[in-house]
Design a protein around this ligand. Sequence first.
Ligand SMILES: [Fe+2]
Length: 145
Amino acid sequence: MSSSQKIPWDDRYKIGIETIDYQHKRLFELVNKLYDLEDSKSTKEELRVILYEFKDYMLIHFQEEEEYMLSIKYTELEEHKLLHKDIIDSLAQIVQTPAKLSILKSKMRVVAKRVLVDHIMHEDTKIKIFELEEDDDTFFDITDL
Ligand SMILES: [Fe+2]
């Protein structure tokens, strides 16, 4: 059954920044709509709507995440922006290449896992860690002593 291919949200993916966590969760919901489509019955239009909704929300999300990083003067902003660009490029390539629904589903699983799980767990968590270190008054640099 196709719905078993869904990529489930897990609270472990929360990075601790409310707006970003909300948007990440929404991205999981959007991509998972794809796995509700039945291979034999769905139309090209249904598919198009889902893929573009996901891609458009991803663009909005990346833009807001980048604004957030800028607001806290995140030192790895430029590197992080490149990762976002790379994700958008691979997503655009999938959306623009005609393919059977079953193929699209597996391609999107690969991107979604890379974006929604690996990127959040390995890159977005660094934003929160940076923020905590910057805010931490109890953090002493003993080289000052
Ligand atoms: Fe990110």
